[in-house]
Design a protein around this ligand. Sequence first.
Ligand code: ADP
Ligand code: MG
Length: 318
Amino acid sequence: MNEFEIIESYLSVKGAKRKDVLKGIGDDCALLKVPRGQRLAVSMDTLISGVHFLPDSNAADIAHKAVAVNLSDLAAAGAEPAWITLSLSLPEYNEIWLQDFNQGLKRIVEFFGVQLVGGDTCRGPLSITIQAHGFVPENVFLSRDTAQAGELICVTGEIGDAALGLLVAKNELNVPPAMASALLKKYQTPYPKIAAGIAIRGRATSAIDISDGLLADVNHISQQSGVGALLRWERVPLSQAAQSIDDEALRMRAALTGGDDYELCFTVNEDELEATKTALEMVGTDCIPIGRLTGKPGVRMLHHKEEIQLDELGYQHF
Ligand code: ADP
Ligand code: MG
């Protein structure tokens, strides 16, 4: 099969066909229409075999995750996803792999009503780059640099499961089968919190998605906003599976420095907390305050009123 046949057979994902796509896959460029009164939010992420997923991962899960991590960035900006482009580097033509990839891709783009409008395909080490495009109404973009001291720091759900799921995938964590599969699911097929991002528009004062690890991502908000953060370990929500792990150091490491959860972390003025909780409840999402922004620079964490030493802040490529 040549490059064009691969694109035609496996990558021209039918399904979500949007009216704002004037020209999709097949031409030199896609031609797209941004609705009046909206801004275009754009984000890109790459998944490399052996770095972002285990080389023997299921291709449908890889496709899901590649799209999900990009949609998660849109979610953190309060944007509504519209289009994606896909740059795929494949080591070989593998029909089964491509069929699985196609299925995973189709499922997630259909679910979120997103259309794949173009991309590039070449031979090389397995790597998937996606660029996601979404709309956000004028003046409601959620940034990282707009938080202020005194505001509450909240998360949308349980933290640390993805890092534990990675350990399960590598056979480095022994937990009962039902828990293993819950943890694996969070690592392999994260769910981007799009509806939550839209629900906190106009209420949250800043937001980020948790991809590098809770501390690292809170640190991004705190540094870019020029404030400090004081978190409380007791308040960080852990799943039942995570709570069942006896090794507290491991639980802490997973929740604080493990990445890949793709929950949202956002800040909100205390007066807006109840309204924000209600708005998130409507979309089936928790809103859990885990600390507060302060005037003292840096990210600190209390454990039963004692400050704990935080030496590593999360995943970094270099
Ligand atoms: P060009 O030579 O103009 O760069 P390509 O041969 O790379 O075009 O691609 C042909 C068409 O197929 C283009 O519309 C491009 O956007 C689309 N395409 C190529 N690879 C992918 C992919 N991995 N996913 C989606 N669309 C793709
Ligand atoms: Mg090309």
